[in-house]
Design a protein around this ligand. Structure first.
Ligand SMILES: Cc1cc2nc3c(=O)[nH]c(=O)nc-3n(C[C@H](O)[C@H](O)[C@H](O)COP(=O)(O)OP(=O)(O)OC[C@H]3O[C@@H](n4cnc5c(N)ncnc54)[C@H](O)[C@@H]3O)c2cc1C
Length: 376
């Protein structure tokens, strides 16, 4: 391992998944890291998250395998079903890639694992710090999420556009015997994703195309009756799940450009600060984790900070742009109606029968990617 980071002071803005992973990766390479977090304490929204093999490889390289095993489930499959509940295609992740690890985890547990490891590695995490402009430090990492001030300092203010899609998220109780797989129920103009978590909970995310405008935050409460009404025609386990929802949050989905400028000579951005994505490929946090590893590796390999930051952007921008575009395309594919839906689902069913590896194999470029091997 190179050593250009040894004893170098670094300030990370934001203690989300990306910021904490970066802090840990930098500290493991010898940097003296301080994290500034706006919230009064480290906390996370009550929601689950899927981590695919590409990002799990980074967490394993950071020494978190045992801690992750204790609080996550291994995701075996992504099961596409139509609105009635009938199976369209079950993509068996275990059969396709037996060695690759896909995990289902509560966000708060992931944050706790990362924060504990970062603190043990010497990272100072300061809460209650609302950073309004890049701090005065020789190296600043902006991991301050969707409305990043560090991105704005590098690129100017961005104006995202409303996609006309509204999302709900909810957690319900789940019994321990639930299949550890992600299920996607696809209806006209709407879909619902659900999977169990290791802590006796089931995560539900539901998306409906709706013209009325919704704010972009994550934490606006809604009446569970609105979610139940929007998915009233759905079958299979969906009605039972939705009748168990007691608390739900709603927000609007916005499309953002991948930032043009990820760094100057002193500051760099990662994760949602650089490339917010729609949630239809479950890769936002995964990309933040990959960014964090690659950024630390680039900085460690080259004492010329400006050159290292340029190499980081060049390594990451094409991949995240491809992922963001693939997530945009999934939004369309999930919400087919009429003839397109009959044909589309028919093709998927056929593909699942005659070539079971075809569909999971379409995402090999995403899940087989190994940031650790590429940037040791
Ligand atoms: C419904 C939904 C489902 C999703 N599911 C998945 C999934 O299954 N898998 C997946 O990989 N991704 C998923 N994502 C995406 C993922 O949640 C995000 O991409 C990820 O959280 C981004 O991490 P981040 O660290 O870049 O930003 P954030 O998690 O937003 O963290 C930013 C941090 O910076 C802090 N901060 C902000 N401003 C300031 C400031 N001015 N000063 C100091 N601190 C500040 C915030 O408080 C926060 O702690 C999902 C997203 C949604 C909406």
């Amino acid at each position: 391992m190179a050593a250009a980071l040894m004893d170098r002071p670094v300030v990370v803005v934001g203690a989300g998944i990306g910021g904490l992973t970066a802090a840990l990766a930098l500290a493991r390479r010898g940097a003296a890291v301080t994290v500034l977090e706006r919230a009064a304490e480290l906390s996370e929204v009550g929601a689950g998250i899927q981590l695919s093999a590409n990002s799990v490889r980074v967490l394993e390289a950071l020494g978190l395998s045992d801690a992750m095993d204790q609080c996550s489930l291994r995701n075996r499959a992504v099961h596409l079903r139509d609105a009635s509940g009938a199976s369209v295609l079950r993509m068996d992740l275990l059969a396709h890639r037996p060695q690759a690890r896909f995990l289902l985890i509560h966000r708060a547990r992931l944050i706790a694992v990362l924060a504990q490891a970062a603190t043990a590695a010497g990272v100072r995490i300061l809460t209650g710090q609302d950073v309004t402009a890049p701090p005065d430090a020789p190296l600043v990492i902006g991991a301050d999420g969707l409305k990043s001030r560090i991105r704005a300092a590098l690129n100017g203010q961005e104006v995202p556009f409303f996609t006309g899609q509204t999302a709900w998220r909810a957690l319900i109780a789940e019994d321990a015997a639930a299949q550890p797989e992600a299920q996607v129920f696809m209806g006209r103009d709407r879909h619902l994703v659900s999977y169990p978590l290791a802590v006796g909970l089931r995560n539900i995310v539901a998306v409906q195309e709706r013209r009325d405008w919704q704010d972009e935050g994550w934490s606006h409460p809604d009446d569970p009756a609105n979610l139940q009404a929007a998915f009233a025609g759905f079958g299979g386990p969906v009605p039972g799940w939705l009748s168990a929802v007691r608390q739900v949050n709603v927000w609007g989905l916005f499309r953002h450009q991948v930032a043009a400028r990820w760094h100057d000579n002193r500051c760099a951005i990662l994760g949602d600060a650089a490339h917010p994505t729609l949630p239809f490929l479950a890769q936002g946090a995964g990309m933040a984790v990959e960014d964090a590893w690659v950024l630390a590796a680039c900085l460690d390999a080259d004492g010329d900070q400006a050159a290292a930051l340029a190499r980081y952007q060049a390594a990451r921008q094409p991949r995240v742009t491809r992922i963001v575009e693939a997530a945009n395309a999934n939004a369309r594919n999930y919400h087919l109606g009429g003839l397109k839906r009959v044909v589309g689902h028919g093709v998927l069913r056929l593909a699942g029968r005659v070539a079971p590896s075809f569909m999971p194999g379409r995402f090999d470029w995403l899940y087989d990617h190994d940031p650790v091997a590429q940037h040791p």
